[in-house]
Write a protein that binds this ligand. Structure first.
Ligand SMILES: [Fe+2]
Length: 542
């Protein structure tokens, strides 16, 4: 009796510790018209995981069965596995094949012992030329802004979503799995269409998916490969959506080099040369809007990919990583295409992260930029593709092509958004600290400010000294105002906080500057910002 009761209590305990299916998310390992990949997880103590998962499956049908597990016509067995070192969960994945295009499927996932999920519905993509819509962007993270922007994007009822890297910002670190849990909760809860359909997802890899960011291996991106069924072996692949859209999903140097993908890109674009629209999504932009044009990975992209894109007249590339909004001119060979045959580059990844500064004077290759959190809504139809950028208030603020309905209203929204500009080069110069000796004790420098504008500027300064081993004196406490064309020099002193000084290699000092341009043509000051490192020059023989 006692042992029976103990067994009963044990079973009760075990089954109560078993978790329900969580993070149910749809991806594509195959043709989006006829296959769907269902991914989910059991998050529970590791001792529970050992024998479970073998019987898990997806039950599905083309009509709703209301979660009555005996009524579903089709089933697919799930594979289960764990990520090495991540003992708190079992990952499940099932591949549904032989599906009908443009069809609603009603599904539950689970097993008989644990029970099944509530019924979800999801649609396959059409294989004909009927209109198709997707949303895209990148650089998300787990802030409330990400959640709101996801919710906004679902209101457009996209057929699928495409994320161009930097998703949960877990950096491939198993200890940061909670970031993925938050992100997956946001996605699965918010990315549901107005008529209740879950929105499948395509993802490109970004530096924040990878422990080490660049030039690593798939093992360094455990969540990207482990949580989502896409291509099990490679970080780059292609998918065809309907008759008219090819999407290349590329890796901008994270676990595969640009060079290593060039031949495959060429072969894939050759194979699909008859597809009306040929597009690509990847993380690091070839044509950046915030970072340096000559950044190594941007440069690699222009060296190895841009000529292939040009050869095949790539329709559009969705770029990310810079945390801004941008729309390029149609570009060919790095120049503005005169005959309209160039590639459009849209970006630059700000689907949740705070917006970064843009240039006050637009870069030659960029038609429009903004420091604006956003995502893109893309409509694909046989006669045209239309791109709309949408902000956190769910307002369309950019439309392309420029002769489409809604352009004027979008431009009015754009004009009402306050931008955040990068302080122009040469406006601020910080002199190097010279004659350094090791261990270093103290030194002086100067901030030289030259106002190039035709109006007053107001500047405020704050020190950024990461290691706490330095102090910086002399920065103005109150904002300072400088007239048009005028110059000002501010003397600053830096000291080691350690009595016996610090090594030169431990010297890290920056100054953040916020600048307001007081242009009377604008109701608000125009906002600029910049960060300046203070360089310590070693005492070389003169
Ligand atoms: Fe990034």
């Amino acid at each position: 009796m006692t042992s029976l009761r103990a067994t009963f209590l044990y079973l009760l305990l075990v089954t109560s510790l078993w978790s329900k299916p969580e993070h149910i998310i749809f991806t594509y390992m195959g043709d989006p018209s006829t296959t769907l990949t269902v991914n989910w997880q059991y998050i529970e103590p590791s001792s529970m995981i050992v024998s479970s998962g073998e019987k898990a499956s997806v039950l599905f049908d083309t009509v709703s069965r209301g979660g009555d597990v005996d009524s579903y016509t089709y089933s697919a067995k799930a594979n289960n596995f764990q990520i090495d070192g991540l003992s708190d969960r079992l990952i499940l994945r099932a591949q549904l094949t032989g599906l009908k295009p443009a069809t609603a499927y009603y599904i539950v996932v689970g097993d008989e012992e644990r029970g099944f999920s509530k019924e979800l519905k999801v649609r396959t993509i059409q294989e004909d030329d009927s209109p198709l819509r997707f949303v895209t962007g990148g650089d998300m993270g787990t802030s409330e802004d990400t959640r709101i922007l996801l919710r906004n994007s679902a209101t457009f009822d996209p057929d699928f979503a495409v994320i161009g890297g930097d998703i949960a910002y877990a950096n491939g670190d198993l200890l940061s799995v909670n970031k993925w849990d938050t992100w997956l909760t946001y996605y699965t809860e918010e990315m549901v269409s107005s008529d209740g359909f879950s929105i499948p997802l395509v993802m490109a890899i970004g530096n924040h998916e990878v422990d080490g960011a660049y030039n690593k291996t798939a093992a360094d991106a455990p969540f990207f490969f482990g949580f989502f069924g896409q291509d099990p072996a490679k970080s780059y692949f292609a998918r065809r959506f309907g008759r008219d859209l090819l999407l290349l999903v590329l890796d901008s140097g994270h676990v595969a080099t640009h060079q290593s993908q060039a031949d495959w890109i060429n072969a894939t674009l050759t194979e699909h040369s008859s597809v009306t629209y040929r597009s690509a999504v990847y993380h690091v932009p070839l044509y950046p809007s915030h970072r340096d044009f000559m950044g190594y990975y941007s440069d690699q992209g222009r060296e190895y990919w841009a000529p292939v894109f040009d050869d095949h007249k790539l329709t559009v590339a969705f770029e990310n990583h810079d945390h801004t909004f941008k729309r390029s001119y149609l570009l060919h060979n790095g120049q503005i295409s005169e005959n309209g045959m160039g590639t459009l580059y849209l970006g630059d990844g700000c689907w949740g992260r705070d917006a970064r500064t843009i240039d006050f004077v637009e870069r030659s290759y960029l038609a429009k930029t903004g420091s604006i959190q956003h995502f893109w809504v893309v409509d694909v139809a046989p006669e045209e593709m239309i791109y709309r950028a949408v902000d956190i208030d769910n307002r369309v603020f950019d439309v392309y092509p420029r002769d489409k309905p809604g352009v004027k209203a979008a431009d009015e929204v754009f004009a009402s958004i306050n931008q955040f500009y990068k302080i122009p080069d040469g406006l601020i110069d910080i002199l190097d600290i010279r004659h350094a000796v090791e261990p270093w004790q103290s030194g002086s420098s100067s901030i030289i400010i030259q106002n190039p504008f035709e109006h007053d500027i107001s500047l405020s300064f704050s020190p950024r000294i990461s290691r706490g081993n330095l102090s910086l004196e002399g920065l103005p406490i109150e904002p300072i105002q400088i007239g048009p064309g005028a110059q000002k020099v501010i003397a600053i002193e830096l000291f080691s906080k350690k009595e016996d000084g610090i090594k030169l290699e431990d010297f890290r000092a920056m100054i953040s500057v916020d600048l307001d341009l007081l242009d009377p043509d604008f109701p608000q000051p125009l906002k600029f910002a910049g960060r300046y490192g203070i360089v310590i020059e070693e005492n070389d023989a003169e």
